[in-house]
Design a protein around this ligand. Structure first.
Ligand code: GAP
Length: 576
């Protein structure tokens, strides 16, 4: 059974009540794994995505692309998803619920269940209770279930398609065009934010495990032997809590380490991976993830994909769910490009020009046309062309002409040493991939921001969001909806809106109640127009966290709030 957590219930209750997150199509009975973002949730999501863009698109210079969410089968055969993108499941013999076998095992205290075989999992599950009905599972069959949603493209469904399980594949299949866009130079990157779909077996973890969710992924294409990030110094001194393979094996906790030290000490494989660990640390802490509830865990050898050079998860601590993988950062080598190259027939090699051309002695195969002509007749030219690019051994070489394989003896060609000028060489790029789950980021931002305290005998619930992700940035409240206070408040709200600040005008109910409502939705500042405003043209600005207030001239209010929201100015500290 999942442990009950008060905080999760409280956060989700607030999120539903105040219009952050709702179950989808509730009127028909909601289906697990789908959520709607309400007015405030959709705005908060946009703000988090924009912060992500600020770093990846504006700072890093990786342009965003947008590919379809449905892909033809060939893409996912090449990527390996058709064959291998599955989780192990079983069916409870008592209540008929489908269960994710490794999660049930882990719930029963078994570590490393995700990498176990079906047979071993079946053994392990038999004494454990079903998380749904509580009955002991007994002997159950465990089998693999592919997580992709399948669909048909066009009438008659002759063409199989899938809803994409990650945004990444579009960035690989567009590689050749991207390379040209970036003027044939490495390194370059591209990003995509959009929906991904996974038919999760039993998504019972709120916003953490969804069947339709948003990913923000970057694919950074680099030279295989040049994995020093050109701007590494930006983050070299940033200390990030790391839980390396060694620390996990020795049962040690995560320890902060600078990215410089981690790369030099070979804890992190290269500067690129370290750089994006640090960028991720920056993004997560800027959306309000608490530093003491964030760590970066390195994949253990048995959980890391066989082709990956290094792989880390940013894990965020949730009271109910424990450490939750929220971002994955991997050096995927050339696995993806190689796979698409093989299946599509297109070359994904990049030509690297040398700064200075150099000379090299190379073997050149010179076909003997006097012998090839009579022997191969009409095919002789094709045989000669194939021979010129072949690498013969002492006994000759086998070449391919069309569908035919032809063995050619050493009497049909000569090999000469030739001095050639080399102006460049071809490589297949490696891929560094930071992959963010936006919905998990939103849940963690909500959970970590949630706070309650007793103020004047009443519970005050507050979302202590950093101003940049708060859906409503300023509340504008006339003390009374009359005597011209409402007019002035509306004028202030309009001015703030013109400056690009989302200001909510609210004149309903007692002022204390209005403050509480704004605290609950995380609005960082409230402007109150009161009777003093009529005398001296000043208003109060109240800060959400301290509830302190300062008076500011109406003529300065837009400039002052802009400065507060952008962090250029700080709200005066509360008197000691
Ligand atoms: N292209 C790599 C990739 O997709 P992943 O670890 O499977 O890697 C990346 O997914 C991120 O997407 C995860 O760290 C997580 O935040 C998010 N994610 C994955 N499955 C999810 C689900 N069912 N519901 C919500 N978020 C999910």
């Amino acid at each position: 059974m999942e442990p009950k957590s008060d905080r999760f219930e409280k956060v989700m209750d607030l999120a539903r009540r105040r219009g952050f997150v709702w179950p989808t199509a509730e009127c028909y009975g909601a289906v697990a794994g789908f959520i709607d973002y309400g007015p405030l949730g959709a705005m908060m999501k946009r703000r988090i995505e924009d912060l992500w863009r600020q770093l990846y698109v504006i700072q890093e210079g990786y342009y965003e692309i947008e590919c379809p969410t449905i892909g033809q089968e060939a893409i996912f055969i090449a990527s390996g998803h058709v064959k291998g993108f599955s989780d192990k499941m079983c069916e409870c013999p008592h209540c008929g619920e489908y269960l994710r076998a490794d999660h049930v095992a882990e719930g029963g205290g078994v570590a490393g269940a995700a990498t176990m075989t079906e047979e071993v999992l079946a053994e392990i599950l038999s004494p454990l209770p079903c998380p749904s009905c509580g009955e002991i599972l007994g002997r159950v069959g465990v089998f693999s279930f592919n997580l992709m949603f399948q669909t048909g493209i066009g009438p008659g469904s002759q063409r199989k398609g899938y809803l994409r399980p990650e945004t990444a594949q579009g960035m690989f299949t567009d590689f050749t065009r991207l390379l040209r866009f970036y003027r044939d130079r490495l390194p370059f990157g591209t990003v995509q934010i959009g929906k991904s779909y996974r038919n999760e077996i039993s998504p019972r973890q709120g916003m953490i495990r969804l069947r339709e969710f948003t990913q923000a992924e970057a694919e950074i294409f680099v030279h295989p032997n040049e994995k020093d990030h050109p701007f590494f110094s930006r983050y070299a001194n940033r200390a990030v809590p790391l839980l390396s393979i060694r620390q996990q094996q020795e049962g040690l906790p995560a320890e902060p380490m600078t990215m410089e030290a981690a790369v030099r000490g070979k804890v992190i494989a290269n500067e690129y991976v370290a750089y994006y660990l640090a960028v991720t640390h920056e993004i997560l802490t800027r959306i309000g993830v608490r530093k003491d509830r964030l760590r970066f865990r390195q994949h253990l050898p048995d959980e890391r994909a066989h082709y990956a050079e290094d792989c880390w998860d940013a894990e965020v601590l949730s009271e109910r769910f424990g450490w939750v993988e929220t971002v994955g950062i991997a050096d995927r080598t050339d696995y993806d490009l190689r796979a698409h190259e093989k299946h599509s027939g297109e070359s994904f090699m990049v030509h690297i020009p040398l700064d200075k051309p150099r000379t090299e002695v190379r073997n050149r195969v010179v076909p003997d046309m006097g012998k090839l002509g009579p022997r191969f007749r009409g095919k002789a030219k094709s045989v000669a062309d194939a021979l010129e690019t072949a690498e013969p051994g002492p006994d000759g070489v086998t070449i391919r002409v069309g569908d035919e394989e032809i063995a050619i003896g050493p009497d049909l060609y000569t090999v000469r040493d030739e001095v050639v000028e080399v102006r460049g060489y071809d490589i297949r790029p490696h891929v560094i991939e930071p992959s963010y789950g936006i919905d998990r980021m939103i849940y963690m931002a909500l959970e970590h921001a949630y706070d309650e305290e007793v103020v004047e005998g009443e519970v005050r619930r507050v979302l202590r969001f950093p101003p940049r992700i708060a859906p409503v940035q300023v509340a504008v409240l006339p003390l009374m909806a009359r005597d011209g206070l409402d007019m002035t408040a509306r004028e202030i709200a309009t001015d703030l809106g013109r400056a690009g600040i989302l200001a909510e005008y609210d004149d309903s109910g007692a002022i204390g109640r209005r403050y509480r409502r704004q605290d609950e939705i995380g609005t960082p500042y409230a402007v109150t127009v009161d009777y003093q405003t009529r005398d001296d043209r000043t208003v109060t600005v109240r800060e959400r966290d301290t509830m302190c207030q300062v008076r500011v001239p109406v003529s300065r209010i837009t400039e002052y709030l802009s400065a507060l929201l952008s962090g250029r100015e700080e709200f005066p500290a509360a008197p000691a």
